[in-house]
Ligand binder design. Structure first.
Ligand code: IPM
Ligand code: MN
Length: 363
């Protein structure tokens, strides 16, 4: 930690937060190290537990996480996750034995993903700049297409069948849509709900009905229902026309990779897995995966991870500290150093050092 306690506590209100660090796999460890550095630069007030959950642990113990993972996480105020997934571990193990159970068991039902083009970061959208790209995606994070309901029969035979069932409950749709309306009220007052209810019969149709009911409670927000395919095109052609977007688990997942590309690449995108108003610890993670192609080279972009800890601070009620981290990150995006995915040549750690130095220097 940098600075004395007296200096440090000026940015963090509480005496102490317990933060679980889950570097996970691949590039996750590299970016979480930078996020930790930036939190450390805020000074006193944060205590870290580093958890070795992930593919390496699975190779040693046949488990991604220890049996008491839930109580370990619940004994922290929040967690920071790097990435989950490794080519040496089948996805249904690395994901269904770590990130998905964490989201489901802690009932972190909202996955909030701010999408903003920061100054200095190149976008692939020709002629667009930071004023055009400023949206927030709220992704349902507990059910839908990720419910894990289904089965396989006649395995290995030519007539083999796989059934994957999406589950939509009124309860889960209502709470996530209501949360998205609340966010829209604090922003530009537009909520776009994305489904594919023209081609489906039940789940997305229920979603649309519930969203329309919740819309009636929020007359101050302009509500629109858009088909997800059309929305994807609109994000590219008219990103400035979007403010808050709410979508199901899978549709939100796909749209936010597109959104990440628009805001400068996967390395720049941040997310918050949270249970708004609940007391489960939130899990804050960059949107990118473990990036095995560049892992171990120290060249990954730590922007998404650092932005995620800014979201964490805000969620913990430390809005000033979150804003301080965000200002430092924006300064460094504008002025450099930058990693190569955003047009520079800096290493992951140089970017983290630069952001941490700005945070430490901020009054
Ligand atoms: C994400 C990731 C995860 C998801 C994977 C790793 C299960 O792509 O956080 O967007 O689809 O939710
Ligand atoms: Mn994804």
């Amino acid at each position: 930690m940098q600075g004395s306690d007296a200096e440090g506590t000026r940015k963090i209100h509480s005496v102490s937060y317990r933060i679980a660090l889950l570097p996970g796999d691949g590039v996750g460890a590299e970016v979480v190290a930078e996020a930790r550095k930036v939190l450390g630069a805020l000074g006193a007030g944060i205590e870290f537990t580093e958890l070795d959950w992930g593919a390496d642990r699975w190779h040693q113990t046949a488990e991604m996480m220890p049996a008491d993972w839930e109580s370990i996480l619940r004994s922290h105020d929040a967690g920071v996750l790097g990435a989950c997934g490794h080519p040496s571990v089948p996805d249904h193990i690395s994901l269904w034995k770590m990130i998905l159970p964490i989201r489901q068991r802690l009932d972190l039902w909202a996955n909030v993903r701010p999408v903003r083009l920061l100054e200095g970061v190149p976008t692939p959208l020709v002629g667009r700049g930071p004023t055009d790209i400023d949206m927030v995606f709220v992704r349902e994070n507990s059910e839908g297409e990720y419910s894990g309901v289904g089965g396989r029969v006649h395995q290995g035979l030519p007539e083999e069948v796989g059934i994957e069932t999406s589950v939509f409950t009124r309860h889960a749709v209502e709470r996530v849509v209501r949360h998205a309306f609340g966010l829209a009220e604090t922003r530009r007052g537009l909520l776009t709900s994305a489904t594919k209810s023209n081609a489906s019969r039940y789940g997305y149709v229920l979603w649309d009905e519930v969203a329309a009911e919740v819309a009636a409670e929020h007359p101050g927000v302009r509500y629109e229902r858009v088909l997800v395919d059309a929305l994807a095109a609109r994000m590219v052609r008219n990103p400035e026309s979007l403010d808050v977007v709410v979508a199901s688990n899978l549709l939100g997942d796909i749209l936010t990779d597109l959104a990440a590309a628009i805001q400068g690449g996967m390395g720049t995108a941040a997310s918050a897995n949270v249970a708004p108003e609940g007391d489960a610890p939130g899990l804050f993670e960059p949107v990118h995966g473990s990036a095995p192609d560049i892992a171990g080279q120290g060249i990954g972009n730590p922007t998404g991870a650092i932005w995620s800890v800014a979201l964490m601070l805000e969620h913990l009620g430390e809005a000033d500290a979150g804003a301080c981290v965000m200002r430092a990150l924006e300064d460094i995006c504008r002025e450099g150093p930058r990693t190569r995915d955003v047009g520079g040549a800096a290493k992951t750690a140089e970017v983290g050092d630069a952001v941490a130095a700005r945070v430490a220097a901020a009054a």
